[in-house]
Design a protein around this ligand. Structure first.
Ligand SMILES: [Zn+2]
Length: 348
């Protein structure tokens, strides 16, 4: 393993200790919480309220949620703080789309490094406030999304050989993101919502390069998403195949998030748990979206299903994805507290 010669970061051992004791809790969705703020274009750019963005773009910014770490930092910090106080041990940065590739839609490529540095700093501030109240250690997970392009599949049905992005484009963009997250104080790097394993491989490569540049090995969490009823990722892999294609990175955890609600995720999670020699992490959506794209599953409904993963010994970390709220996270934390974490097999 490339990072084998690097010494683990101080947070690595603390995270391992916490995970040996109990099932750890990851936070829930940012999108639903941001939506409730009812922000307009001026709020997104920080010209109406908040901090005016010093990066200029001619594109409208409404909906560019990642930009809020620069323009509405207090609101973003408050969301992270609520998740921490609801029971989250690990809280994700609001940087899912903070790469030059994803920010190109908003003309905000120049802001990307700042988005990641500030995104991590804001979570650290929120978690330090929470820890000052209850003494529990908490961890900042730098969130790395899949981008809106795929390196494996042509978006043009008439030109199957065409690719909208190359492996190296992705690697360069992810390296900038990972370095910003580490610079801002991320304890963990979390590559999530993976639908294309080639994109994920570029992200893994970039994370390892960022760790080498930093001189420490950080825990790496890798989370795929099942996109169809046959139980495969968009790039066509089963959970077992997915594990074997990321295993070389010796991630701290592997798991599944998004796309499906908890009950539909269960068989795929069980398969992954059966093959992966590392921690298993699951954070499903609050059920499947309704006709309006909203999630109807209440906190106790989601918690009952996630507790089932815990009862069966399938998981080491649980949380929520789209449609989940601090109330969902609180209910999940309470529901799994009575169960032991899955026993992690050693790497062969
Ligand atoms: Zn999701």
């Amino acid at each position: 393993m490339m990072t084998g010669r690097l010494s683990p970061s101080p947070a690595f051992a603390a995270l391992d200790r916490a995970a040996a004791e109990r099932i750890l809790i990851l936070d829930g969705a940012m999108g639903t919480q941001i939506q409730q703020l009812g922000l307009a274009e001026d709020d997104y750019t920080g010209h109406g309220s908040g901090h005016a963005c010093r990066h200029h773009s001619d594109h409208p910014q409404q909906g560019n949620n990642d930009l809020l770490v620069l323009t509405q930092p207090d609101s973003v910090e408050e969301i992270h703080f609520r998740y921490a106080m609801a029971g989250a041990d690990i809280v994700e940065t609001n940087t899912f789309s903070a790469t030059t590739i994803a920010q190109a839609d908003y003309g905000m490529q120049a802001a990307v490094y700042d988005l990641n540095v500030e995104g991590a700093r804001i979570v650290r501030r929120a978690l330090d406030r929470a820890t000052a109240q209850d003494g529990r250690p908490r961890f900042v997970a730098g969130a790395i999304g899949p981008t809106n392009r795929t390196a494996s599949i042509s978006p043009d049905v008439n030109n199957p050989g065409y690719r909208a992005v190359t492996f190296d484009d992705l690697r360069v963009a992810y390296l900038q993101q990972a370095q910003g997250l580490i610079q801002g104080g991320a304890d963990i790097l979390l590559i999530e919502t993976i639908f294309d394993t080639l994109n994920a491989k570029a992200a893994i490569f970039a994370c390892i390069q960022a760790m080498e540049a930093h001189g420490q090995r950080l825990p790496l969490m890798i989370s795929g998403t099942i996109t169809d009823a046959s139980g495969r990722t968009l790039s066509g892999q089963t959970p077992t195949a997915f594990w074997h294609s990321v295993r070389h990175a010796r991630p701290w955890s592997v798991g599944l998030n998004c796309a499906l609600g908890a009950s539909a995720m269960r068989p795929h999670l069980a398969e992954l748990s059966g093959v992966a020699e590392t921690n298993i992490c699951a954070y499903p959506n609050a059920g499947l979206p309704n006709a309006f794209g909203q999630y109807d599953e209440g906190p106790s409904d989601t918690a009952v299903q996630v507790a089932e993963f815990a009862r069966e010994g399938l998981v080491n970390v649980v949380g929520g994805c789209c449609g989940t709220t601090p109330d969902h996270i609180r209910a999940i934390a309470e529901a799994v507290a009575q169960y032991s974490p899955r026993k992690v097999p050693e790497y062969a």
